[in-house]
Design a protein around this ligand. Structure first.
Ligand code: FDA
Length: 305
């Protein structure tokens, strides 16, 4: 099945955009800022928060950066004006991480400053392993300047993740304001640096979560894996974690039934809502990185929302 998925992922770029949109529209709010705000409004009404992500990543020239920055600033202002309950997710490679680290830092600094002016929160998404050190460094700088307003992501598939958590716990100021999203990790990394077996990734996920809870960090638990959700419930109950010290997070369009059951059990839920004109490349990249998603997508075509 994996080989078939990989083959389909390979031919997707040859398909017309309209057809790929059929696959992707379930997972993407739309192409415009107003689409992301509409979805946020609907989810807020159902008792959930969102984190909005403008699509675009892995820029190798700086030409589009100013446009992306203005769009994020408009998004932050409009969310605040409309009193929506959402935060923001950013990918540093959209702001030049792979071109010039200082350029990226200055851009993110402006975005986080704008968010702070409205008392909002920005999370730095974690990209592939060439970015891990740079993104942790960016986070440490911004966290020191804006404690409680900026967060990071760690990937349970990476063997280094427990070391990174120990490093953050030992060396970062305002530890109680550390806010970390733990996820499995979507990028296909080499076996030398990444766990390849599902059970090893899951074990590391729960180990990292337990560490975060034990060190009084805010834990954003990002998974659609029922076993991990149940594992997280057990840790939350064993350590009597206060409801405002953690949240579950799921991607827009994925496992809505599980999402509902988490909310009905009284836990906080934040939905990751991507939008933007770059949806085509985003979809293809996600599929190439993780051809297993093809099976989910094919299923999605036949299951009504
Ligand atoms: P798993 O892949 O085992 O999925 C569990 C079940 O969920 C599947 O059996 C299936 O039913 C369903 N499912 C999962 N994905 C689906 C899909 N796309 N369509 C339909 N059904 C699906 N990664 C990263 O490297 N850096 C990051 O910054 C982030 N950020 C992030 C934020 C949020 C809010 C989430 C939920 C996830 C991320 N990720 C991420 C992605 C993450 O690393 C991981 O690849 C996915 O969440 C899939 O892993 P699960 O834990 O959901 O388990």
């Amino acid at each position: 099945m994996f080989r078939v998925n990989k083959m389909i992922a390979g031919i997707l770029p040859l398909m017309p955009e309209k057809l790929v949109w059929l696959f992707s529209s379930r997972y993407i709010a739309g192409q415009n800022l107003s689409d992301a705000l509409d979805i946020t409004r609907q989810l807020n009404a159902q008792g959930m928060q969102t984190t909005i992500d403008l699509l675009g990543e892995f820029l190798m020239t700086a030409s589009k950066i100013d446009r992306y920055k203005s769009e994020y600033e408009r998004l932050i202002d409009t969310s605040a004006e409309e009193l929506l309950d959402n935060s923001f997710s950013v990918k540093p490679t959209m702001f030049g991480l792979l071109i010039d680290r200082d350029l990226c830092y200055l851009n993110l600094h402006d975005i986080v400053s704008k968010a702070v002016s409205h008392d909002r929160f920005v999370r730095i998404d974690m990209e592939d392993s060439q970015c891990t050190d740079r993104e942790l460094e960016l986070f440490r700088r911004l966290h020191a300047e804006f404690p409680g307003h900026v967060g990071i992501v760690l990937q349970a598939c990476l063997k280094r993740t427990m070391d990174d958590l120990n490093m953050l716990a030992a060396s970062v100021p305002y530890r109680d304001k550390l806010n970390i999203r733990i996820c499995k990790g979507i990028y296909d990394e080499a076996p030398a640096i990444a766990y390849k077996k599902k059970e090893d990734v899951s074990r590391n996920f729960l180990k990292a979560l337990e560490f975060m809870i034990g060190h009084d960090m805010f834990a954003a638990i990002a998974t659609h894996d029922k076993k991990l959700v149940e594992g997280a419930y057990r840790l939350i109950s064993r350590y009597k974690v206060r409801n405002d010290r953690y949240e579950f997070q799921m991607l827009y369009g994925v496992t809505p039934e599980l999402r509902r059951s988490v909310v009905e059990s009284g836990h906080r839920m934040r939905v990751y809502v991507p939008y933007g004109k770059e949806w085509f490349n985003y979809s293809l990249r996600r599929l190439r990185e993780n051809p297993r998603m093809i099976s989910h997508i094919i299923k999605a075509l036949f299951v009504r929302r």
